[in-house]
Design a binder for this molecule. Structure first.
Ligand code: AR6
Length: 178
């Protein structure tokens, strides 16, 4: 994990989120919760088949119509180094009426759940910036605003934003420092 920026409770790093060792990682899932490509696929592969079973149970008991955009759901991490996975669904950029509000909701709700559970180490991927088409620089501004707004109220929480490429990590650092 290469670190690009660290200040207060925030670390901006480049790496594979499935290797993150902490209380929880956030998954950029889809409404079905039943897996997919990108970071979702990588998390399911690393966690093992029990993760899919846990997601199926969530669908059956809590979210029969699927997880709405911006909401969060918790499962164990199974074979992952992280103890838990917080699943969330980002907006599809081209289809959303309020991509900014929905993306912010993913981050806010994941932070609130982490706080509620007493987590101290949490990592996010760059939600919606892959298949869902959210431009990285625009997403970075949304995330920087949420972090600025919420992190001071969560002094026990260390948040890592884990980018898959150096370019995305740098884009975020520029947005955060503007
Ligand atoms: N670690 C960290 N970041 C990663 C990893 C990884 N192992 N793999 C990819 N990324 P995406 P979305 C980055 O497409 O846009 C899935 O099929 C990637 O470079 O995974 O929210 C779901 O099931 C990008 O910057 O998520 C949904 O159907 C970021 O993670 C859909 O994709 C997000 O890319 C969700 O699309």
């Amino acid at each position: 994990m290469q670190i690009h920026y660290r200040q207060g409770g925030l670390t901006v790093a480049e790496g594979d989120i499935t290797r993150f060792d902490g209380d929880a990682i956030v998954n950029a899932a889809n409404c079905s919760l039943l897996g997919g490509g990108g970071v979702d696929g990588a998390i399911h592969r690393a966690a093992g088949p029990q993760l899919l079973e846990a997601c199926r149970a969530l669908r059956q008991h809590d979210w029969p119509d699927g997880l709405p955009v911006g909401q969060v759901a918790l499962t164990p991490g199974f074979r992952l180094p992280a103890r838990y996975v917080i699943h969330t669904v980002g907006p599809v950029y081209a289809e959303s009426d309020d991509p900014r509000g929905q993306l912010a909701a993913c981050y806010r709700n994941a932070l609130a759940l982490a706080d509620e559970r007493g987590f101290t180490r949490l990592a996010f991927p760059a939600i919606s910036t892959g298949v869902y088409g959210y431009p990285s620089a625009e997403a970075a501004r949304v995330v920087a605003d949420v972090i600025r707004e919420r992190l001071p109220q969560l002094p026990a929480l260390e948040v890592t934003l884990m980018f898959f490429s150096a370019a995305d990590a740098q884009t975020f650092v520029q947005a955060a420092q503007r």
